[in-house]
Structure formats: structure tokens, C-alpha cells
Design a protein around this ligand. Structure first.
Ligand code: UD1
Length: 420
């Protein structure tokens, strides 16, 4: 296993380029199962979740080729309609193959994902939505078995706004016979990017950008060429890290319109932001004012950036409350930050970070992807050296994080470690 060794007391300065969005790529790639031919995905990020999705699609017979950040996939000759547990246990987004497989091939066998490090994460809406479109669903031996002669359009309301369920059901409805109305569809940019891709494949979808979609099913779709949107969570991580180290960083290749909740919070904290069309320059020359945030659905503050905000608030001049309405138990990073000396209290669905406590290097453990980012950030301002174990969590979603941070002045290196 790998660990990071980080020396504290740095100031980040310079320019960083943001990669394509992991969560968008994971949703776009399985759409290649909906039509024959070669699909081209540009600005594809290079991280562990992407490799897992590539291997999963490869195991089903999808042919692929990667040239820099251009990925081509061709699912014309599928050999299997199954997503085995070995892949799904590594990455929940494997469930995205479910909708396309049932819609196009009339059958799918996908392992149930189970829980995750920040609480129970059901997939009931994915299954209810497919049932509403006429699929029969059984769960047997830990696997979802979905079948349908041909899906039929219907009305489905998402009781909870869900990124994953929205993506899965939209991908299924585009090939269903007749008209589908979906209500309370998630508005996250990753969902919209899938809709845009489907439209470019010949899908008939109206209401894009609203929570109600009207979809007229088509008999077949065609291959396409898409560019992955910038990763708003990676961008948020670099913006917050820059501010936290009282740095001055130009974060390039971003979509500022996807980051308004984060940039607003940074401005409220006292940071200076210069927002361009595809870059954001941030600078900070003092300790931030405490700013409360509530992680909620888009365009609200993203749950995937709340751990990073908690780390930032360790340097604030007061107390800030971090609340997560999406995953109320997503505070696994708190005990690890406390090992560095952080003063944080937790309550039900929130924590309160009190700024100003002295942080000193220690050995800490990553518990999930974004929690790991908050540990790296805290380590950069702690006195002395911090070891962050199990950085495989980080590698799931950040491309070359240590190199990008290192280029901005962070003192961070990766080492192999033996864990008992
Ligand atoms: C996606 C993101 C993840 C992010 C999350 C919320 C990917 C690969 N992952 O995850 O990084 O943290 O959105 O922005 O894009 N829910 C149900 N039943 C369901 C589905 C979801 O109750 O069938 C609940 C979840 O437990 C959660 C809420 O709905 O409380 C939102 O989850 P959802 O948007 O589905 O998250 P994911 O798509 O899994």
C-alpha cells in the first residue's frame, strides 16, 4: 500500500490544470453500451475509478484504446451482460451499466454495491425506476437480475434527488418504447453532461437543465464524440488548499459556473477571487473568517467538498459549522484531523470546526476519497511531518495529486508501506 509523507508550513503558488470530471466520465462511459460503433471521450481523467470502469467494460467485451486523455470505447461485440462483485465492491458507479444493458439487451446481472465508508447507500431508486419502465427485478445471491423484452415509457418520480439513479434511469428511458416523464431529476453537471451525450447520440430529451425531463424513446442510437466536463471537486480542492496555505494559485481548465457555491463560500471567508471563463485565480493573505456550509444538492455546496472545507476552517478566526444533508454520517475524517490537534465537535449530521488550534504532524489514515484530501490539506499547514496511510482512497479520484500539489510548492512524496 502507498502512503503520503507531507511536510507542513508551505504556501501554494502557481498554476494548476484541472482534469476531466471523474464522476462525469464514470457516467458517460457506460453509455457506449447503448449503441454500436466507436465512442470517443476527450479530456478523460486518469485515476483508479476510471481504470476500474475500463476493466469492468472490458470484461463485458467492450474494446478500448487510450491515447493521452482520449479514450475510445466500442461495445459493438459484447460477450457478457454482467458486472461482477469484484468490480462493484471497488466502485459503486459500476451500477451505471444496469440501465443501458436492460434497455438495449433486455437483461443485466449486476452485483449489489452494499454500504460504503460514509454510511448506507441504497440503490432502491435505480431499481424502482427500472421497474416503472417495465423491467422485472430480482435480487439473488447478492446480484440484481433485471430483465425486460423492451422497456416501456412511463412516469417516474425520484423521491430523493439522486445523481446515480437519475443517470441510470435516463440511460434506460432513451431506448424505452414511448414517452417517459422523469420528475425530481438531479441537476448536478455530471447528470447534464450525460443528457448532452445522449442527445448527441440521437436521444429525444426535453427539459434539459430542469428537474423534469420528457423523453421520447427511440429504436436505436448512434456512437458519438464527447469532451468530459472539468472536475468541479478537484477544482474546489485546489481552490480551498490554495486559500488554506495563504497562497496565490491560478486554477485553470475549470467551469466556474459549476463552482458557484464553493466560490461564494471562499469569498465569504475573505479570499480574493478573479473568476474568468475557464479559470479561477485565488489568493488569500490572512486567516479566513469562519463560514458555515451545508452540503446539499446542486447548485448547493457539494458533499464531496465538505471535508476539504472543514480542513480550511481549522485556520479560521472562529467556529464554523459543516453540515451534510446528503450523507449525514460523512465525518470519518474528524478523528483523523483530531490526531493532528484539530478542535472539532461532532453532532448529528454536522460538525463544528474551531479555528486556531495548533496542528502538529502525526500518522493518520484515509477513510474515503474526499476525507483523504482534507488530511493532505491539514498536513500542509501542520507543524512537522504527517504520514497519510491508505492513499489508495485518494487515487480513486485525484489524478497525480502529489505531482500537482508539488508543482505548487507542497512538500509531499509517495512511499510504499507495509500495513499489519
Ligand atoms: C454521486 C457521486 C458522489 C457524490 C454523490 C452526491 C458519482 C460516481 N458519485 O454518488 O461522489 O457524493 O453523488 O452528490 O457520481 N439514495 C437513495 N436511494 C438510491 C440512490 C441514492 O436513497 O437509490 C440516496 C443516497 O443514500 C444519498 C442521496 O440519495 O443520501 C444522494 O445520493 P446519490 O446522488 O445517488 O449519490 P451517488 O450517485 O451514489
Amino acid at each position: 500500500m502507498d502512503k503520503f509523507i507531507v511536510d507542513g508550513g508551505v504556501r501554494l503558488t502557481g498554476t494548476v490544470d484541472i482534469s476531466g470530471a471523474k464522476n462525469a466520465s464514470l457516467a458517460l462511459m457506460p453509455a457506449c453500451l447503448l449503441a454500436p460503433g466507436t465512442f470517443t471521450f476527450r479530456n478523460t481523467p486518469n485515476n483508479r475509478d476510471l481504470w476500474t470502469m475500463s476493466r469492468l467494460l472490458g470484461s463485458m467485451g467492450v474494446e478500448m484504446h487510450l491515447d493521452g486523455d482520449v479514450l475510445t470505447l466500442d461495445g459493438s461485440h459484447l460477450t457478457s451482460h454482467e458486472a461482477p462483485y469484484d468490480y462493484v465492491k471497488q466502485m459503486r458507479a459500476s451500477i451505471y451499466v444496469l440501465g443501458p444493458l436492460v434497455a438495449r439487451y433486455g437483461e443485466a446481472r449486476v452485483s449489489l454495491p452494499g454500504g460504503c465508508n460514509f454510511g448506507p447507500r441504497p440503490v432502491d431508486l435505480h431499481l424502482k425506476g427500472l421497474e416503472k419502465l417495465g423491467a422485472s427485478i430480482e435480487v439473488e445471491g447478492g446480484y440484481i437480475i433485471a430483465k425486460a423484452d423492451r422497456l416501456k415509457g412511463n412516469h417516474f418520480h425520484f423521491d430523493i434527488s439522486s445523481v446515480g439513479a437519475s443517470v441510470n434511469i435516463i440511460m434506460a428511458a432513451v431506448l424505452a418504447k414511448g414517452h417517459t416523464t422523469l420528475t425530481n431529476v438531479a441537476l448536478e453537471p455530471e447528470v447534464t453532461s450525460v443528457i448532452d451525450m445522449l442527445v448527441s447520440m440521437g436521444a429525444k430529451i426535453s427539459g434539459v437543465g430542469t428537474t423534469t425531463l420528457e423523453i421520447e424513446g427511440v429504436d436505436e442510437l448512434r456512437n458519438t464524440d464527447v469532451s468530459t466536463i472539468p472536475d468541479r471537486i478537484e477544482a474546489a480542492t485546489f481552490l480551498i488548499a490554495a486559500a488554506m496555505t495563504k497562497g496565490d494559485v491560478n486554477v485553470r481548465k475549470v467551469a466556474p459556473q459549476h463552482l458557484t457555491a464553493v466560490t461564494q463560500a471562499l469569498e465569504d471567508a475573505g479570499c480574493t477571487l478573479d473568476i474568468g471563463t475557464d479559470n479561477i485565480r485565488i489568493s488569500m493573505d490572512r486567516n479566513p473568517d469562519p463560514v458555515d456550509i451545508t452540503a446539499t444538492i446542486y447548485p448547493g455546496y457539494p458533499t464531496d467538498s465538505q471535508a476539504q472545507w472543514a480542513a480550511f476552517m481549522l485556520t479560521s478566526t472562529g467556529a464554523a459549522r459543516i453540515k451534510d444533508t446528503i450523507y449525514p454520517t460523512r465525518f470519518g475524517y474528524v478523528p483523523e484531523l483530531q490526531r493532528l490537534g484539530a478542535d472539532i465537535e461532532t453532532g448529528e449530521g454536522y460538525c463544528v470546526v474551531k479555528g486556531g488550534a495548533k496542528l502538529t504532524g502525526a500518522t493518520v489514515m484515509s477513510s474515503d476519497l474526499r476525507a483523504s484530501a482534507s488530511l493532505v490539506m491539514a498536513a500542509m499547514i501542520a507543524e512537522g511531518q504527517t504520514e497519510i496511510l491508505r492513499v489508495y482512497h485518494l487515487d480513486r479520484g485525484y489524478e497525480a495529486l502529489e505531482h500537482k500539489l508539488g508543482a505548487l510548492g507542497a512538500v509531499i512524496r509517495r512511499e510504499k508501506t507495509e500495513e499489519f
